[in-house]
Design a protein. Structure first.
Length: 74
């Protein structure tokens, strides 16, 4: 359902009741970063997202497709 709503990513079935949603496209990762930024409730998830955001900002300024960095919003 997530893949259908967002229109990107891949679903990998890992077991009878378990699947994993993966995203590798730079533009799609940027969209997810904008969606999650400032919308996480627990402090732990917010801190983990902060680490992701730092890594993503380094990634988005390299390569052929350059994107603007996204400032972290707790």
């Amino acid at each position: 359902m997530i893949q259908e709503v967002l229109g990107f990513g891949k679903r990998v079935k890992q077991g009878k009741t378990t699947s994993r949603f993966t995203v590798q496209d730079k533009k799609a990762l940027s969209l997810l970063s904008h969606l999650f930024n400032g919308n996480l409730v627990t402090k732990g998830k917010s801190l983990r997202f902060k680490l992701f955001n730092l890594a993503f900002n380094k990634y988005c300024t390299k390569g052929k497709l350059l994107l603007e960095t996204i400032p972290f919003n707790p």
